[in-house]
Structures are given as structure tokens and as C-alpha cells.
Ligand binder design. Structure first.
Ligand code: GLN
Length: 468
């Protein structure tokens, strides 16, 4: 931990004596005792700081929650502890999950380091990604609303998985945009990620958006056999002109690799993709503006200093002005505007329509029908099983380049991750080494994203395994 403290991956760590004692008891008499590569038993995990824990504060990297101690563990934390995982600490993030580089934190930025060069850790789960990439923990939990697990994975050379919306419980997870928020998992390989997924993928009646047991029981539970021939879709709309040549090469290489393994490649057109980013940046702030209204210093959040008798409206404004960072304030204003009477039809409603078009694009592309919105049964003969595309248009940018990045430029990092979020689909980012010839100095890997139909989480994990 000390060796990497300059990267600022953690906001708070657990009591280290307790952690060490637990590690010692869990280790067993011989180092070969814990050989199951998927089991978190006796292993260190880190938790993003917007997921509640009883033993360590939960701040969402916000000034307004800097003193918050949760009386409960989030369901996903409880599930991990019950499986024997040892929680090492809470990881840094963009405040409330709003950002793409983990620079918008009340506790300072997280940085990633590759061959001595400081780079963006991605965001908003950058602390979790760096904790995993540097080996400070075995695996970590993050949250992915529009790419916050996949982008940090892509920028730090780790594996980042966003399961289908509603599979993992959100109870005890501080809301950013409820209709998109998904708990995600980061690890250095598919085994650790899948091990945690298997433990946390369970119905939770405390979460009203948890997928009901009946629909769950219809979803595939096993990975398909590696010998099974799959149809891999190549979404040509992701081949944008600003795609970094190193990323394009890594994409081609991954496609060739899958082809060598016997899978077939198919061109797929997802026309609504080009509008997905704009729709996301209307919808997510709209939901956020409503979710964050409760932090007024009365029942929720730390209250600004104010004399007795200060008009309430003044104290609310002061509390929120001091407690929220500039990016969060920008999102609240954006969201409040797009929900206002004069703007709702042109912005919020339009964005909802785009969201539906994005979902329909995916449903048209996949062979398997979407069990949530389709009455069809059986596979479409001309559909694909999974899609393969880059996670981000560029490799991890240098930290010096993003420090003063304009908001719009930061939002562009999410252009390839938000479509799967809007559609609630499972998506994983895996690191693919970039060619020496095209390697942009020290950013060693490009993230490749595998997207599957709703509920095809095991299939997505199986394809990720074949790429690593
Ligand atoms: N970068 C996106 C945003 O700022 C996604 C964040 C996330 O997935 N939490 O909204």
C-alpha cells in the first residue's frame, strides 16, 4: 500500500492489523491451499467508495458525504464477506461516479502508472482499477453507469466486467442514475471476475430493480464449451475516424484471434450508436439531479456552517455549494434543466426515444431475443452471438493531457461504453497488447469490449477468456 500511495487508489483502508490477522488465518499451512483461481476466500478485495461498508466510511468521493459511516454493508459486500473475502479498503472514484478519469474526487485524483509515465486511470472506478493493476488486491468492485468499470479496465490493462442490469444487487450502492447503475467487477483475469460474479449474481428482494427469480431461472448458467462456434459481430459504426490506429490494430488482431479459434465474423450495423452518447448525457444527469436532491445537510450529508436563523434556502445552497464538486454541480444543473417544463420534450423525452432505438439496434443484431422486451422465442438465423469492439477510442491518455480537459472532451471517452449501458447489456473489457510498431509510448494495452445479449453474461465471459 505504501509503495503505491502516490497513485492515490484508496480513500480509506480497513484496520490493517485486522486485515493481516485475517490473511494469516486464511492462508492455511501451505501456499497451495488456496488454489481455486475463482474463489475470493482469504483474498483481498477492494470496494469502490460508493458501495456501503460498515467498518470503513463510504464517501462516494464527495465532500458532502465525507463523514458518512453506513450502518449496513451493501448486499454485494455482504456476499463477498460471506464467501471469505477480506475487504482491504475503499477505492477512489469520480465524485458520485461522474467522470471518466478519476480526477473529480474530493480526495484528489487517482493516477495510473505504466513504465514510469503517469496516465489516466480511467473513471469513475479508477481507484479500483489501479488497486487491481498494481496488485494491491486480488479483485475489486466498481460501479458502471456508462462505462465506469470498463474504461478504467481499458486504461489500466485489467479486466472489467459490467453484468446485465439487474443481476447484481444495488442495495447499499449510492445511486447516480438508477436506470443505468450496475455493480461491476475488476480483476487481472477472467477467473477472478467470474468467481465474484458467481457469488454476487443472486436475486435480492431489498433491491426493487433486482431481476426477479422467474426471469433469472431462464438465463443460461454455464459458459458454452470452448469448441462451440460462435458468430462474432463487428459493429462497423465503432470504426470512427478518430479511432487511434493502435486501438484499430488491436481490434483487428482480436478479431483474427477469434477467427483462428473457429468463430465466424459478421459485419453489423448499429445506426443509433452515434446518438447514444448525447442521449446518455441527458438521461444520466437528469436522474442524478433527482437522486442528489436529498443531500441538503438536513437529513443527508454534512451541513455547511451557518448561524441559527439563517434562512433555510441559504443554508441549503451553501451546503450544496460547498459539498459538491464542480462536475457534480454541472450535472445537477444539466439534469434540472433537461427535466424542466421548457426543455423536457426536446431533451429528456428525445433521449428516452434514442435509448429505445439503441436497445432495438442491439436486439436486431443478436441471434438470441431479449428476454426482457421480446415476445419472440428461438434464435434468429442471421443474428450474431456477441459483438466485439474497442472499449475506448484511444489508449490511456497521459495524466498531463487530461488534467485540464474540457468536460465535453472527457465525455467523449465514453462513446463506446454507453450504448451497452443504455441497453442494460453485459459487457466486458479485456486488455489486448498493442503492437510495438504502433505502441504510443508506454500505454501497453488497448481495451477490447465484448458485448452480449441481455442475460448472456456467461457467454461474454467465455469469449473474454478466449481473448486473453
Ligand atoms: N463517465 C461517465 C459519466 O461520467 C460514466 C460514469 C459511470 O459509469 N459511473 O457519467
Amino acid at each position: 500500500l505504501g509503495r503505491y500511495s502516490h497513485l492515490n487508489a484508496f480513500v480509506n483502508v480497513a484496520n490493517l492489523e485486522t486485515v493481516l490477522a485475517r490473511v494469516a488465518t486464511a492462508a492455511g499451512p501451505s501456499p497451495t491451499d488456496n488454489v481455486d483461481p475463482r474463489s475470493p476466500n482469504g483474498r483481498l478485495v477492494a470496494i469502490k467508495d460508493n458501495i456501503c461498508t460498515t467498518d470503513i466510511p463510504t464517501t462516494a468521493a464527495s465532500g458532502i458525504l465525507k463523514k458518512f459511516n453506513s450502518p449496513h454493508d451493501a448486499t454485494v459486500v455482504r456476499q463477498l464477506r460471506e464467501a471469505g473475502a477480506i475487504v482491504l479498503g475503499k477505492t477512489n472514484m469520480d465524485e458520485f461516479g461522474m467522470g471518466s478519469h478519476t480526477t473529480h474526487s474530493h480526495f484528489g485524483a487517482t493516477k495510473s502508472q505504466c513504465d514510469g509515465v503517469e496516465r489516466s486511470a480511467g473513471g469513475s472506478s479508477g481507484g479500483s482499477a489501479v488497486a487491481v493493476a498494481t496488485g494491491q488486491c486480488w479483485a475489486a468492485l466498481g460501479t458502471d453507469t456508462g462505462g465506469s468499470v470498463r474504461l478504467p479496465a481499458a486504461y489500466t490493462g485489467t479486466v472489467g466486467f459490467k453484468p446485465s442490469y439487474g443481476l447484481l444487487s444495488r442495495w447499499g450502492v449510492i445511486a447516480y442514475a438508477n436506470s443505468l447503475d450496475t455493480v461491476g467487477i475488476l480483476g487481472t483475469d477472467v477467473d477472478s471476475v467470474e468467481g465474484i460474479f458467481d457469488i454476487t449474481n443472486a436475486y435480492d428482494r431489498q433491491d426493487p430493480t433486482s431481476l426477479d427469480p422467474t426471469t433469472r431461472s431462464g438465463l443460461p448458467v454455464e459458459e458454452p464449451a470452448p469448441s462451440k462456434t460462435l458468430k462474432v459481430g463487428v459493429p462497423i459504426d465503432y470504426n470512427i475516424s478518430s479511432l487511434d490506429p493502435a486501438v484499430r490494430k488491436a481490434w483487428l488482431r482480436s478479431l483474427q484471434l477469434l477467427q483462428k479459434r473457429g468463430h465466424t465474423l459478421h459485419k453489423v450495423h448499429l445506426p443509433a450508436t452515434q446518438h447514444a452518447l448525447s442521449a446518455y448525457y441527458v438521461l444520466a444527469p437528469a436522474e442524478a439531479s433527482s437522486n442528489l436532491a436529498k443531500y441538503d445537510g438536513v437529513r443527508y450529508g454534512s451541513r455547511a456552517e451557518g448561524k441559527d436563523g439563517t434562512p433555510e434556502s441559504v443554508l441549503f445552497a451553501k451546503t450544496r455549494g460547498e459539498g459538491f464538486g464542480p462536475e457534480v454541480q454541472r450535472r445537477i444543473l444539466l439534469g434540472a434543466f433537461s427535466l424542466s417544463a421548457q426543455a423536457i420534450d426536446n431533451y429528456f423525452i428525445q433521449a428516452q426515444k434514442v435509448r429505445r432505438l439503441v436497445q432495438q439496434d442491439f436486439d436486431k443484431a443478436f441471434a438470441t431475443p431479449n428476454c426482457l422486451n421480446s415476445l419472440e422465442y428461438g434464435k434468429k438465423a442471421d443474428g450474431v452471438d456477441v459483438l466485439l469492439c474497442p472499449t475506448a477510442p484511444t489508449l490511456a491518455p497521459k495524466f498531463s493531457e487530461i488534467k485540464d480537459q474540457k468536460p465535453l472532451h472527457a465525455y467523449m471517452n465514453d462513446v463506446f461504453t454507453v450504448p451497452a449501458s443504455l441497453a442494460g447489456l453485459p459487457a466486458i473489457s479485456v486488455p489486448i497488447q498493442v503492437d510495438k510498431a504502433t505502441k504510443s509510448e508506454s500505454a501497453g494495452a488497448a481495451g477490447m469490449q465484448i458485448i452480449g445479449q441481455y442475460g448472456d453474461d456467461k457467454l461474454v465471459l467465455a469469449v473474454a477468456r478466449q481473448l486473453l
